[in-house]
Each structure stands twice: as structure tokens, then as C-alpha cells.
Design a protein around this ligand. Structure first.
Ligand code: C2E
Ligand code: MG
Ligand code: MG
Ligand code: MG
Length: 280
């Protein structure tokens, strides 16, 4: 309602975003659209890293790269706001290349400064995969940075991966041949069939937060999560559960035999400096 009222005041033909929680103001899509090109040159994008831990030892084994935009007017904007705009305008392809380069550079620095090897998962939009030379660009960047492909994974959400199944599968098969991992993200939010799951070349299945939000009290959710973990394992995948916010959740989900965990209970997405402190 607030968004509507504001949009009406500012005239029709505009789209405004209303963010219901902390950031209680709307963003002007046109402003963001205009600013995003300069934002790359002005270094306003920053890759945050959220630790992913081994379910048993609770040691950090990898991280998910999550982009943030330090906007001069709006402050720190989260990707839910600007990624949809970038997907519409095609800018996401450029941003994706930036993220990949940033991550590969960072991994080199960690190697140089003798940190533990950290695998990093990078999120993809469908448009990036569909853009002609996606796989070639990845191969090119891996070579350029002399990177170990086994330390890179790409995440694609369940819904997106299904939209252009054949093509995205083909690309992912090529990447897997190089040693790059493939994560089926947000599992449990879409409508994946078993035959699809069998065909999709994922190495990791990431169970969405939505399936564990009520897991402490809902026995059906408990059985569903246990079943998905077993199913994923029987198809040769490792399982990450995301959105773990309490110790109780972590304990329960560990007892189901999941491999890795991610969530605010362990750590929020962090600027690289903070993430490194945890690594140490
Ligand atoms: P995602 O890939 O499913 O990432 C997980 C999201 O859940 C992140 O939100 C993370 O901050 C949040 N999260 C992690 N643990 C918890 C928890 O315990 N509780 C709660 N409430 N939330 C948790 P974030 O960083 O806002 O990213 C949102 C989405 O934006 C991502 O969802 C991903 O789809 C997309 N995204 C982020 N970075 C990139 C990128 O570089 N490229 C593309 N194409 N998409 C990106
Ligand atoms: Mg993800
Ligand atoms: Mg996810
Ligand atoms: Mg998501």
C-alpha cells in the first residue's frame, strides 16, 4: 500500500520497490538503472563472503560470494533489489564477470598469504548462461588467473535451471569436465521433478531456508528434509542446508546426515576482511 501511494504521488509509468523490513524506503528503478554502469567503474560493488561449514566439524570449508552495492544515495543495497533490474537490462552479464574476476583474484591472494584453500560458490542468473560465450569466458578467466577450477562452484536456482534445461545442462556439463562444481540452489522452492533432478549435472544440492523455517516443530518438514538429503545422496550429490539460524536447527539437521551448513547461526555474509578473520 505504501509503495502504491508513493508511486501514485510520483506519477504513473514508474516502478518502485517497497522493502518491508529495515530499509523502509523505496528505490527508483530508473535511478538504479542509470547508476549501475558508473557503479562498476567507481568500485561501488563489493563481494561479501558467507562461510559454509562442514556439518560435523563445523569448520569453514567454503564460502558463497554474495554481491553488495554501496550506493552513494541509498547506502548498502542487497541483491534482491538490483539483480532483477540487472536481469531485465542485461547488465547482469557484466556484473557476473566482475564477480568471477573478484573471486578468482581473492583466491589468489589467499593462496599467496597462505590461508587455507577456500572453495567459493558464485551465483548465476540464467541470462549469463545463455549469453553466447559464458563457458568460454569462464575458461578464459580461470586461465588468466591460473586458478584451480576445483575451487570454483556455480549456483543456479532450481526454477531458473529448469527454464532452459537443455542448454544450461550442456554448459554445466562442460564446466564439470574442467572440475568446476555445480550447485542446484534454493531447492524446495520450485517444481523439480525426479527425472529432472536425475538429469541435472549438479554436484551439490542446496536445500532452501523455506524448508527448514519450521523444522523444529513441524514433523512433515522434518521428514521432507530427511528425504531430500537421502535422495540427493543416492544421486551422488552433496547436500548443503542454508538458512540455519539456531544451534537446535544445526543439531537436528546434522543428525539427518547433511554434509554442509550455511546460515546466520554460523555467520552472516561478511566483507572479505571479516571473513578472513574467521578463517584465521
Ligand atoms: P541465494 O543464492 O539463495 O543466497 C542466500 C541468501 O540468503 C543471501 O541473501 C544470504 O544473505 C541469505 N541468508 C544466508 N543465511 C541466512 C539465514 O540464516 N537467515 C536468513 N534470513 N537469510 C540468510 P542475499 O545476500 O541478500 O542474496 C539474495 C540473492 O541474490 C541470492 O540468493 C542470489 O540469488 C542473488 N545473488 C547474490 N549475489 C549474486 C551474484 O553475484 N550474482 C547473481 N546472479 N545473483 C546473486
Ligand atoms: Mg546461492
Ligand atoms: Mg539459495
Ligand atoms: Mg535465493
Amino acid at each position: 500500500y505504501k509503495a502504491l501511494a508513493k508511486a501514485e504521488k510520483s506519477g504513473y509509468g514508474r516502478i518502485e520497490f517497497y522493502i518491508p523490513d529495515k530499509q523502509n524506503h523505496s528505490y527508483d528503478e530508473l535511478v538504479l538503472y542509470n547508476d549501475m554502469h558508473e557503479a562498476l567503474e567507481r568500485n561501488q560493488f563489493e563481494v561479501y563472503y558467507q562461510p559454509i561449514v562442514d556439518a560435523k566439524s563445523k569448520e569453514i570449508v567454503s564460502a558463497e560470494a554474495l554481491i553488495r552495492w554501496r550506493h552513494p544515495k541509498y547506502g548498502m543495497i542487497r541483491p534482491d533489489i538490483f539483480i532483477p533490474i540487472m536481469e531485465k537490462t542485461g547488465f547482469i552479464v557484466e556484473l557476473g564477470k566482475f564477480v568471477l574476476d573478484e573471486v578468482l583474484k581473492q583466491q589468489k591472494r589467499w593462496e599467496l598469504f597462505k590461508f587455507r584453500e577456500v572453495e567459493v560458490s558464485i551465483n548465476l542468473s540464467l541470462l549469463e548462461i545463455e549469453t553466447g560465450n559464458f563457458v568460454e569466458n569462464v575458461i578464459d578467466r580461470l586461465k588468466y588467473h591460473q586458478a584451480n577450477p576445483e575451487l570454483i562452484k556455480f549456483e543456479i536456482t532450481e526454477g531458473l535451471a529448469m527454464q532452459d534445461e537443455e542448454r544450461s545442462s550442456q554448459h554445466f556439463i562442460e564446466l564439470r569436465k574442467l572440475g568446476v562444481g555445480i550447485v542446484l540452489d534454493d531447492f524446495g522452492t520450485g517444481y523439480t521433478s525426479f527425472s529432472y533432478l536425475k538429469r541435472f549435472p549438479a554436484t551439490i544440492l542446496k536445500i532452501d531456508k523455506i524448508l527448514i523455517d519450521y523444522i523444529m516443530t513441524n514433523e512433515e518438514d522434518q521428514r521432507i528434509v530427511q528425504s531430500i538429503i537421502d535422495l540427493g545422496h543416492s544421486l551422488g550429490m552433496k547436500i548443503v542446508v542454508e538458512g540455519i539460524e539456531t544451534l537446535e536447527m544445526a543439531d537436528l539437521i546434522e543428525s539427518y546426515g547433511c554434509d554442509y551448513m550455511q546460515g546466520f547461526y554460523f555467520a552472516k555474509p561478511l566483507p572479505v576482511f571479516e571473513f578472513q578473520k574467521l578463517l584465521r
